[in-house]
Ligand binder design. Structure first.
Ligand SMILES: *[C@@H]1O[C@H](CO)[C@@H](O)[C@H](O)[C@H]1NC(C)=O
Ligand SMILES: *[C@@H]1O[C@H](CO)[C@@H](O)[C@H](O)[C@H]1NC(C)=O
Ligand SMILES: *[C@@H]1O[C@H](CO)[C@@H](O)[C@H](O)[C@H]1NC(C)=O
Ligand SMILES: *[C@@H]1O[C@H](CO)[C@@H](O)[C@H](O)[C@H]1NC(C)=O
Length: 448
């Protein structure tokens, strides 16, 4: 009885003051639960990004008439450099100390590394399964375009080719698809697919020092916290290695690793920041080469879309009816494209955004949302019945998606669903291409 009165009273207040009633009373966080797998830039299994809340489907009144995607390969056993630097030193110590693991680390006494050293950079079985899932997802999203996709691109590495093969296995016309392994720079094909490999001046060194500074700070405190539960003390780099194993083990076995539960939320956020910092300097806004390396792909896709518009075919040797394009590449390339367009840009200067002695919680640059295994950036061409604001006439628009979530271009978002009017986009790409056309001037090492 008493209970009823309370329910009625709260119902009544809900009717009077609808604006003040939370969606789920007494659950202020609406079920928010931290998940480390969403905070592992570069090494987590694929997940759809949330983005900014724009609808993932084409906006009302719009149809996607062509799309082009740049896709990172699926899960591998480990990146060889990360393995040597962070993971292997930890595994060697683990091999010598199988006793003395207790508390939250008790399972480490029996734990075996899932990484097979002789095939570090090969696609894993669960990577292959995930690739097929993404293929199915793309088929659902572009049901009307996929059947005409007859030619897709990969590079010479087996992991991109194998990812392509598995992704299209979800499509019923898979046996009529040609997967071209780009090995020569014909028509600039390599510059747009793997620009960093055509750029002598590019190196993976930038960001190493900044990352090391930050890792020393947070890694030492994690090592101290875990010391009572283990037979030796972790170095800050071991901490990074152990955290990486949460991502790799989950991606290799297709199920969450026990290691993921060892660290606190704040320790995961520090790990995430350490890598965002590294990627910002290596492939993002802190590297002046990044836009130069992102523009060739953008320029090539823009040409394809323009040719479809003007001649009704993509040109350049593409099958005449193909409207959905896929190119398989490596983790560096989607960030170059994102940087060239400013898709992960904040409104203040890049320099302020990346301190190396504390986490910048409000940064826009979050690579966990762009480069999990199978991470992708896609460019959609849409025909819409009317423009968003002006309401005038049918029009053509371009929209970018990162891991299925739309990401507006800061400089051009006046169309439906914050898309960019095609003509404006072409202008933007033209200007960017003009500014960044000297790929070789910045990339070729000068003779000493
Ligand atoms: C091609 O697609 C068919 C039908 O969806 C499927 O049964 C087959 O396994 C696929 N072939 C390959 C090589 O993936
Ligand atoms: C993104 O931010 C960087 C750093 O503040 C700036 O130099 C760059 O011009 C911005 N890019 C775009 C496309 O807005
Ligand atoms: C974090 O980055 C933003 C830009 O995204 C910048 O405005 C701000 O000053 C930075 N804050 C800290 C605490 O470093
Ligand atoms: C989008 O496609 C639907 C179904 O094919 C069609 O009825 C509609 O007119 C199209 N809209 C535009 C703007 O092209």
């Amino acid at each position: 009885m008493f209970f009823c009165v309370i329910v009625l009273a709260s119902l009544a207040s809900a009717l009077v003051l609808p604006a003040q009633v939370p969606l789920r009373p007494q659950d202020h966080s609406q079920g928010y639960k931290f998940d480390p797998l969403l905070h592992l830039p570069g090494i987590s299994p694929y997940f759809d990004a949330v983005g900014f809340g724009l609808e993932h489907k084409a906006p009302e009144g719009c149809n996607v008439t062509a799309a082009s995607y740049l896709v990172r390969h699926g899960a591998i056993y480990a990146n060889d450099k990360e393995y040597e630097e962070f993971i292997k030193p930890f595994l060697v110590k683990l091999g010598k100390h199988r006793h003395g693991w207790t508390g939250p680390l008790a399972f480490m006494g029996e734990w075996q590394s899932p990484i097979e050293e002789d095939k570090l950079e090969e696609l894993t079985p669960s990577g292959a399964v995930d690739a097929a899932k993404v293929g199915k997802h793309l088929l659902e999203r572009y049901e009307h375009l996929v059947p005409d996709t007859k030619r897709i691109l990969a590079d010479k590495k087996s992991r991109t080719y194998d990812t392509a093969k598995n992704l299209v296995s979800a499509w019923s016309h898979n046996d009529s698809i040609e997967i071209v392994q780009v090995k020569k720079n014909e028509d600039g094909a390599m510059e747009s697919l793997i620009p960093h490999k055509s750029c002598e001046a590019f190196s993976k060194e930038p960001g190493k020092e900044e990352q090391a500074t930050f890792v020393d700070i947070y890694g030492s405190s994690v090592a101290t916290r875990l010391a009572p539960y283990m037979p030796f003390k972790l170095t800050p780099k071991d901490v990074v290695g152990l955290q990486s194993l949460c991502g790799y083990e989950s991606a290799i076995n297709g199920k969450r690793s026990d290691i993921c539960a060892v660290f606190t939320d704040a320790e995961w956020m520090a790990y995430e920041y350490a890598w965002d910092l590294k990627y910002a300097h290596m492939v993002g806004p802190m590297n002046p080469l990044s836009p130069y390396l992102g523009f060739p792909w953008l320029h090539a896709q823009s040409d394809i879309f323009q040719s479809i518009d003007e001649h009704g075919t993509p040109g350049d040797g593409w099958p005449e009816k193909q409207r959905f394009f896929l190119a398989f590449t490596h983790r560096e390339v989607p960030p170059f494209v994102a940087t060239a367009l400013g898709l992960f840009n904040s409104s203040s200067s890049a320099v302020e955004e990346f301190p190396d002695d504390h986490i910048n919680w409000t940064r826009a640059w979050r690579m966990a949302d762009l480069i999990p295994f199978l991470g992708h950036v896609g460019m959609e061409k849409m025909t819409c019945e009317r423009g968003a604001v002006s309401g005038d006439g049918p029009g053509e628009f371009i929209r970018f998606v990162a891991n299925t979530a739309p990401r507006p271009i800061p400089d051009c978002q006046s169309g439906p669903g914050a898309s960019c009017p095609l003509k404006e986009f072409e202008g933007l790409i033209g200007k960017g291409a003009e500014r960044h056309k000297d790929f070789h001037a910045v990339c070729d090492k000068k003779e000493e």
